[in-house]
Design a protein around this ligand. Structure first.
Ligand code: ADP
Ligand code: ZN
Length: 633
């Protein structure tokens, strides 16, 4: 790690643990002990130890970690070691509530101030904060800026100030919260406690804003790698989206998942379709009545095996670690949104599956949204680039993870956990079909969109083709031997590699770029993917290739026990009105079903079982395991 110079930036990776022998090392050893005893975790996740060592050594920290990387632990654990209160600013009530429930389940004194509590509750929490009974207090930013609250907090001893979702201080992104601009000032009013800011947003512009607006002096910056190796990546052209979604969801029976949709209407339609097939699905979008929306979210969080079909309104506050799959029924907004949305799967680090469907109609729609939005030109330009990066990812000729991480500035080997690595892609020389498509564009004056051009190539005598006399062109019918779906794929591919550009102002018509001219005039060749030409061709293989992971290596009896453990977990969670994973995460139950611990000592060895959980649930689950063995005998 760095020596802590100004604006030092540390990119942490596996095996780069901090030296536990130095000044903060003693504290770090204690942290490690608490990690096992309280949290039931056996090791730090990458980056956590370095970040904590820095905080414990008295530095301010900006931590940039991918979703699911384990950001919360970076302040929760130091909070337990610090004398005084840790104040956590978080913009999302649902997220605060979940975190507090989780901390309480570990026997840690935590509370959240928000509008969902009664006035009396909020007052009691503040008293607890002031008297030193609380270790962590979560506050929404709009509440923290109020003078009366600051006065009370000034009387509490604040040891650590944690700012979650720190990118909300930047106007760059879409989550800007004006109250975040006042946090630096508030920190000073609170006596300038140590500060840790956390975010999953990597963008350098955003990062600059955070450093400038939240920190007085430059903090130590930690950037954790963006790879999420447990997420399986897959993308496919749309070919009957409802059926493709159904096939995908069916491969994850009994698991929680999210299907992102492009419209409110689609969320309703897909939910109805899935329910019709016996899969419990609930829609979620901003147009739902508030009560119903909250209920659907609650059911998804609390129960096992619920699928939510949602617009992007769903997710910001979803802190559920055991989402096993995320599907996109349509192309996401851009590459950042894509990564953020699929990132909601597998936060617990267990295998999770993703599938993104896309089509040219989506690309056009997204362009339209960019161009017709009222953002300044500079931002539109950035948005176009982000969209193009996503399209290139859809049509990528090699490992998707490599392509994706390259966009975020990281290099890696082929991952072995994406559709392209698993199923392979075959590249063929696509120069001739590309030239045909380019020539159709050129000969019609670069004034037409995909469907018209495909009609020309296929020799389709549509009304428009006749009206423009395009049936007299030399290109008319030269691509007859290929079906229209293949031609659409070729247009997508030559778009993805930059041979053509979409002219939004003229209804999404294609124009030829300088690179496209090189190919058209035979000075450059291009390769295209053959699998994209026959989307039906790889179905059988893909069904096997992307089967649901995580529990698939359990034996029959282990599966049966797992179901009983899950049922008990559901019961306990319902009685306490907390999400199932607050009782135990999936991983704990899977380990239990495999190891069948016979006593508390063995149970306590498993992932996620610290002392509080052992005391609270140990007997119940040991009893179940014993019972299961007896009925099997
Ligand atoms: P994010 O970075 O997205 O905020 P969280 O802090 O919610 O991630 O952590 C994601 C999940 O990982 C949580 O379920 C958390 O309990 C778990 N987790 C965090 N640190 C560890 C660890 N060292 N070992 C095992 N699980 C961990
Ligand atoms: Zn790969």
């Amino acid at each position: 790690m760095s020596d802590g110079g100004a604006q030092a930036e540390t990119t942490t990776g596996p095996g780069s643990g901090p030296d536990e022998g130095d000044g903060a090392g003693g504290d770090l050893a204690t942290a490690r002990r608490i990690l096992a005893e309280r949290f039931g975790f056996h090791d730090f996740r990458p980056g956590q130890a370095e970040i904590m060592a820095s905080l414990l050594g008295g530095r301010d920290v900006l931590a940039i970690m991918p979703t699911g990387g384990g950001k919360s632990l970076c302040y929760q654990l130091p909070a337990l070691l610090a004398e005084g209160l840790t104040l956590v600013v978080s913009p999302l009530i649902a997220l605060m509530r979940n975190q507090v429930a989780q901390l309480q389940s570990l026997g840690i004194a935590a509370a959240a101030l928000h509008s969902g509590n009664s006035a009396v509750e909020n007052r009691d929490f503040l008293q607890d904060a002031e008297s030193g009974r609380l270790k962590l207090l979560y506050v929404a930013p709009e509440r923290l800026v109020r003078a009366d609250l600051i006065q009370v907090l000034q009387r509490a001893r604040i040891a650590l100030f944690a700012v979650d979702e720190a990118h909300c201080v930047s106007q760059w992104g879409h989550d800007f919260r004006p109250e975040y601009m006042r946090l630096a000032e508030i920190r000073a009013e609170l006596g300038g406690p140590r500060l840790i800011a956390l975010t999953a947003t990597a963008d350098t512009a955003t990062r600059g804003d955070i450093v400038e607006r939240l920190f007085g002096a430059p903090p130590q910056v930690f950037v954790q790698g963006f790879d999420r190796p447990n997420l399986r990546l897959a993308m496919r052209p749309k070919d009957g989206a409802p059926r493709q979604i159904l096939d995908f969801v069916r491969r994850h029976e009994g698991a929680s998942g999210i299907v992102y949709c492009s419209s409110r209407r689609q969320t309703e339609d897909l939910a109805a379709m899935l329910n019709g097939k016996g899969i419990r699905a609930l829609p979620y979008h901003a147009g739902l009545e508030a009560g119903e929306r909250a209920r659907n979210e609650e059911v998804f969080l609390q129960e096992d095996g619920v699928v939510v079909t949602a617009t992007i309104a769903f997710g910001m506050g979803i802190d559920k670690p055991d989402v096993r799959f995320v599907a996109h029924a349509a192309l996401p907004k851009n590459i950042e949104s894509y990564y953020q949305e699929i990132g909601r799967a597998g936060r617990d680090g267990l295998a999770a599956n993703t599938l993104t469907l896309y089509g040219l109609d989506d690309i056009r729609l997204r362009r339209l949204q960019i161009e017709e939005g009222d953002a300044p030109d500079e931002q539109k330009r950035v948005e176009r680039q982000r969209l193009n990066a996503l399209v290139a990812l859809c049509e990528a000729p090699r490992c998707r993870r490599q392509t994706l991480l390259a966009y975020f500035g990281e290099q890696g080997e082929p991952c072995g956990n994406c559709d392209l690595c698993l199923e392979g892609v075959q590249l063929i020389d696509g120069t001739v079909p590309a030239q045909m498509a380019l020539s159709a564009i050129a000969r019609t004056g670069q004034r037409f969109g995909t469907e018209h051009l495909v009609a020309i190539l296929c020799g389709d005598e549509s009304e428009a083709v006749r009206r423009f006399q395009h049936d007299c062109l030399p290109t008319f019918g030269i691509g007859k031997e290929r079906p229209k779906t293949e031609w659409r794929a070729i247009f997508r591919q030559i778009y993805a590699c930059g041979l053509i550009a979409m002219d939004y102002a003229r209804h999404g018509c294609w124009t030829i770029t300088p690179a496209g001219k090189e190919v058209l005039y035979g000075r450059q060749r291009i390769e295209i993917r053959t699998d994209q030409l026959q989307p039906g061709g790889r179905k059988a293989k893909s069904a096997r290739g992307t089967a649901a992971p995580a529990t698939e290596d359990l034996s029959g009896p282990e599966q049966a026990l797992l179901q009983r453990l899950k049922a008990k977990r559901g019961e306990l969670a319902k009685a306490q009105n907390v999400p199932a994973y607050v009782v135990f995460p999936d991983r704990t139950l899977i380990e239990m079903a495999k190891a069948r611990p016979a006593d508390a000592a063995a149970l306590g060895q498993l992932h996620g079982i610290g002392q509080a959980k052992l005391d609270r649930y140990g007997e119940t689950f040991l009893g179940l395991i014993r019972e299961d063995a007896e009925t099997a005998a």
